[in-house]
Structures are given as C-alpha cells and as structure tokens.
Design a protein around this ligand. Structure first.
Ligand SMILES: Cc1cc2nc3c(=O)[nH]c(=O)nc-3n(C[C@H](O)[C@H](O)[C@H](O)COP(=O)(O)OP(=O)(O)OC[C@H]3O[C@@H](n4cnc5c(N)ncnc54)[C@H](O)[C@@H]3O)c2cc1C
Length: 350
C-alpha cells in the first residue's frame, strides 16, 4: 500500500508565518516552493498581475516554451499548495519591522506577521506616451528580442528610440530581421560610432517625432510621424523605463535606486538576493530588471534556500543558548528538575 500525505491548504490567512512572500510571479512562487518543501510555513500574497500577462506565451523557458503566462502561474500555485504553502490574493500596502520580525499589512485591512520576507513584486514598465502604443504592448509592441524575436523574425521591425539602450536594441533586433528601422522620435539622431554601427548593419535611421501607430485589422501596420509620413512596420520595439514595484517597503528603509544601465530603478541586493535590511530578501525583476522568467524563478529558489538557511542558523543559535542555560529539553539540568518534581525525596541513587 502506498502512503499518501494529504496536505490541507486554505486561502485563509493565519496570523504568523516563517516567511511571507510578496508577489506570486515566477520569482515569488519559486521561492515559496523551496520554502514549503523545506517545511516552512509560508504564504504568497499576490496581487495577480504578472508583468508578462499581455503576452500569449512564455518563450525561452526550457521545457515550458510557449506556455501561456497564466497557466505557468497556475501550475506554480498548485505546486506550492501541494507542499502546504499558501497562495492568497491580495495587495500588500506596507511592511514594518516588529521586535521579532515583520508586520505585513494588506490594503484590505488584513495583517500577518513573518519572521522573514521575500519581496518578489516585479516591476512596472513605463511605456512611451505614443497614441495607440499601450494597447499593442506585448502583442506587436515589444521590448525583448529573446521573448519575441523569433515570433517577429524576418518582419519589418521598427525600434522606437526611447532610452539609452535603443541603439543597442536596434542592433540586437537586426539578428532576427534584416529590415530594421530606428525611429529617433524625441532622442537625438545617433552620431559617431553609433551611427557607423547602424549604417554598417543596414539599419535605417528616421529622424522626427512619432505621432501615433497605425493599426489595421487589429495589427500594427505602420508608424506615423508628426509630418504625416507613415513608415510601414509589422512590429515595434520600445525600451520602457523599468521601475521596481517596492513602494510598500519604504517603512523598512528599502527604496529603489537608479540602475547603472540607465534602464530604470531597482532594489539592490547581493548575489543571493539579500538586501541591506536583515531578514529581507528580494528576487526577480524587483532587483534584476533584465531577469526573464527562468532567471527570476532561479533567483527566487536561491533566495528561498538562503532564507531557510538563515532560519536554521537562528534556530540553532537559540537551541545552543537554551542548552547552555539548562532549559533545553533533555539537558542534564532539565532532567534533574523533572526528577526533583516527580520523585522528590523518594529518589535514591547509587
Ligand atoms: C510583454 C512581456 C512579455 C514577456 N515575455 C517573456 C518571455 O517570453 N519569456 C521570458 O522569460 N520572460 C518574458 N517577459 C519577462 C517576464 O515577464 C519577467 O521575467 C517575469 O515576469 C519576472 O517575474 P517576477 O516574479 O520577478 O515578476 P512578476 O511576474 O511581474 O510577478 C510579480 C507579482 O507581484 C505582484 N505584486 C506586485 N505588487 C504587489 C503588492 N504590493 N502586493 C502583492 N503582490 C504584488 C504582481 O501582481 C505580480 O503577480 C516578458 C515581459 C513582458 C513585459
């Protein structure tokens, strides 16, 4: 007969957890899976808006290539729950330090306490304000060639200059198509070495501000300039400013800083996800702006293991201290106290 362990999980928040995970995308769920398997009490509190939600599939993810983002998250949630972890819908409004850990307040008024925090709330893509652009985001308005490059291979690709890495982005997309046009939009026309690189790779440069996108039959058809010219394009790459979603952690002194690449703001951490605030780890896009789903999941798993190790170190310190004080179960001192209480003067020894 096979013994089956039944793990009963509800979505009702308890008052205390070893770990509260903020955010249930690839990073948060992966961290929670690690922690639940380490027999930690863990809850993922998730607002339910993963960054790649507008995309039809997750690409470049080994063994799951093309899976719809919502399905990936659902599978992850089921795996966490399968080991007794909880996944609860809600938005965290604030986290503050308490004597023995942290207090996590949800915007709906619920609160929980945690010994450790894993913050995996991702980032916000701040898109350029061009009429028609936002509604195409994740479909034919793209940012990452590794996520979408294959799907738009050999198409007429535009690159909207909207950040310090736009020339680099145009050179990257050239790998997938030999028909790439860089729209300077509000940025100065590339000069010097950059202009030479673009020319050498056959990338057309169009000066002038972009007025809007031309959409025909629910597809991108072109890019309209302020002077009325329409340049036919089937896909448009943009460089959104990427800003870590971490405002709720200000009470801990955690604030995003400008990323050295100029691509946005992130919350710095060490290679294991540990922040400057003891007991708080981060994983995924909130700290690594360029993390894809695979690397976000890996960072979450790594942070989960580090948190478990940190808790083990704390519990071991406490056990050693208790043993030294003589109040540990089965220490010589506690055995003697029990003996005294139970047998009193009926004791006899050799
Ligand atoms: C259009 C698009 C397409 C992409 N395609 C691909 C692809 O094909 N392949 C690939 O590998 N990567 C792709 N990416 C990148 C991918 O989205 C990220 O790598 C991934 O989402 C990062 O995971 P994460 O867990 O860090 O953040 P997210 O997946 O964004 O998860 C963060 C979670 O935290 C929640 N949250 C935020 N604030 C709070 C709060 N205060 N309280 C509670 N919960 C909160 C959010 O609702 C969200 O559910 C794409 C990105 C975009 C924008």
């Amino acid at each position: 007969m096979v013994a089956v362990e039944v793990v009963d999980v509800t979505d009702e928040l308890k008052s205390d957890y070893d770990v509260v995970v903020a955010g249930g995308g690839a990073a948060g769920l992966s961290g929670a899976l690690m922690l639940a398997r380490a027999r930690r009490s863990v809850v993922v509190i998730d607002a339910g808006a993963p960054r790649n939600a507008p995309a039809s599939g997750v690409h470049g993810l080994l063994a799951r290539d093309g899976m719809p983002p919502a399905e990936l998250v659902e599978r992850g949630r089921a795996e966490v729950r399968g080991y007794g972890g909880q996944v609860v819908s809600g938005e965290i409004g604030a986290v503050t330090r308490e004597e023995a850990g942290f207090r996590v307040a949800l915007t709906d008024g619920r609160t929980v306490r945690a010994r450790r925090l894993l913050l995996a709330t991702g980032l916000v893509d701040e898109l350029p304000e061009v009429p028609g652009l936002r509604s195409r985001w994740g479909r034919d308005v793209l940012h990452c060639p590794y996520c979408h490059g294959w799907e738009v291979r050999d198409q007429a690709i535009g690159v909207l200059a909207s950040g310090p890495l736009s020339v680099h982005q145009a050179l990257l997309f050239r790998q997938w198509s030999d028909d790439v046009t860089l729209f300077c939009h509000t940025m100065p026309s590339p000069s010097g070495e950059e202009a030479e690189q673009l020319a050498a790779r056959g990338i057309r440069v169009v000066d002038g501000e972009v007025a809007s996108l031309e959409i025909v039959d629910d597809r991108l058809a072109g890019v309209r300039l302020n002077d009325g010219t329409v340049v036919k394009r089937e896909a448009l790459a943009v460089a959104p400013r990427m800003v870590a979603r971490i405002g709720f952690a200000e009470g801990l002194g955690l604030r995003p800083v400008e990323h050295p690449s100029g691509a946005g703001e992130h919350l710095p951490s060490d290679a294991t996800g540990r922040t400057d605030v003891p007991g708080v780890w981060v994983a995924g896009n909130v700290t690594d702006l360029t993390a894809q789903v695979g690397s976000a999941a890996a960072a979450g798993a790594n942070a989960g293991a580090q948190i478990n190790a940190d808790l083990i170190a704390e519990e071991t310190r406490e056990a050693v201290a208790a043993r030294t004080r003589g109040d540990a179960p089965f220490s010589a001192a506690s055995e003697s106290r029990v003996c005294e209480a139970v047998l009193g003067d009926r004791r006899h020894g050799l």
